[in-house]
Design a protein around this ligand. Structure first.
Ligand SMILES: O=C(O)c1ccccc1NCC(=O)[C@H](O)[C@H](O)COP(=O)(O)O
Length: 268
C-alpha cells in the first residue's frame, strides 16, 4: 500500500516553494508554467534560481508548456535542468519526436545520461458532460449519450495515438476561453472509461494524473471512489494566488497515509 502521488502546479514565487518545502516528503512533483498564456507564468531565470536554493526539488520539477516550439522548450530545460515536460496544448507527434531527439543530442554533447520524461495532457470539455447529464435527466437520452460516447471515443483515440510516445497522461478540465489552471473539475464519471483503456493499452505502466478543480474537499472521492493514483492541483492549493500551508496540510491529511494499492493508474 502506498500513497497516491501529488503534484502541486503553478508555483510562482520563493514563498510558494517555501510552503511546499514544509511538506517536501509528501509532494512528488512541483510544476512551473512557462507559457505566457498563464497567469502563473514564470521565467527560466526565476526557476533556476529557486532550484539552486532548493536543489531537492529539481528531480521533482515538471515544466509546463502550451503549444511551444521544441527549440524554446529545450532552451528552458537547458537553463533550469528540468527533465520532465508537461505538454498542455495540441502539440503534434512531430514536435514531440523533435524534442526527444534534440534533447538526447544535447545531453550526449554534454556527456550527461538523463532522459526526457513527457507527460501529455488530454482535455475533457465541461460542456459535453453537462449536456449528457442534463439530457439524461430530461430523458432525451439519445442526443446526450451520443455526445458523451463521441467524447469518450475521441479521448480514447488520443490515448491510442500518444500511448507509445509519452511517459504519463494528465487529464485536465477544458473550459471555453481558458487554457488550464481553471479550478474547475470535469465530470469524473468519465474516468473509469479512460483509466481502464490506458491500463489495457499500457499494461498498467502508464501513470494517469487528474487535474482540474481538485481540492481537499473532493480529493478523497478521486482516490477512494475512482482509484486515482496521481493528483495534480494548482488553484485548489491557493489563497489569493499563493500556495497556502493550511490548505496543503488539509489536502495531505485527506489524501491519507496509505490510501490505495500502489498501482499508479487505479486500483481494481
Ligand atoms: O495553471 C495554469 O495557469 C495553467 C495555464 C496554462 C496551461 C496549464 C496550466 N496549469 C497546468 C496544471 O497542471 C494545473 O495544475 C491544472 O491545469 C489544474 O489546475 P487547477 O484546476 O487550477 O487545480
Amino acid at each position: 500500500m502506498s500513497r497516491a502521488q501529488l503534484k502541486i502546479c503553478g508555483n510562482q514565487s520563493w514563498d510558494d516553494l517555501k510552503v511546499l518545502q514544509t511538506y517536501g516528503d509528501q509532494i512528488n512533483h512541483v510544476g512551473f508554467i512557462f507559457t505566457k498564456q498563464s497567469k502563473r507564468v514564470v521565467s527560466a531565470e526565476q526557476v533556476s534560481s529557486w532550484l539552486e536554493e532548493y536543489p531537492s526539488l529539481l528531480e521533482k520539477a515538471v515544466a509546463v508548456f502550451l503549444n511551444q516550439e521544441a527549440d524554446e522548450i529545450l532552451q528552458i530545460l537547458g537553463q533550469t535542468g528540468i527533465q520532465t515536460v508537461q505538454l498542455h496544448g495540441n502539440e503534434s507527434l512531430d514536435t514531440v519526436n523533435e524534442l526527444i531527439e534534440k534533447h538526447r543530442f544535447e545531453m550526449e554533447k554534454k556527456g550527461y545520461k538523463g532522459t526526457l520524461s513527457i507527460w501529455k495532457v488530454l482535455h475533457v470539455h465541461t460542456d459535453v458532460m453537462k449536456r449528457w447529464d442534463a439530457t439524461h435527466n430530461q430523458g432525451i437520452e439519445e442526443v446526450g449519450e451520443q455526445a458523451f460516447v463521441q467524447k469518450v471515443e475521441q479521448l480514447q483515440q488520443d490515448i491510442q495515438t500518444w500511448v507509445n510516445h509519452v511517459d504519463a497522461f494528465l487529464l485536465d478540465t477544458q473550459v471555453k476561453g481558458s487554457v488550464g489552471g481553471t479550478g474547475m473539475r470535469f465530470d469524473w464519471r468519465i474516468l473509469p472509461l479512460l483509466a481502464d483503456f490506458i491500463e489495457q493499452l499500457s499494461d498498467k505502466s502508464k501513470p494517469l494524473w487528474i487535474a482540474g478543480g481538485v481540492r481537499p474537499e473532493n480529493v478523497e472521492e478521486l482516490i477512494q471512489g475512482y482509484g486515482i493514483r496521481g493528483i495534480d492541483i494548482a488553484s485548489g492549493a491557493e489563497v489569493n494566488g499563493k500556495k497556502d500551508a493550511l490548505i496543503l496540510k488539509r489536502l495531505i491529511e485527506r489524501m491519507g497515509e496509505e490510501n490505495g494499492t500502489g498501482a499508479v493508474i487505479k486500483s481494481t
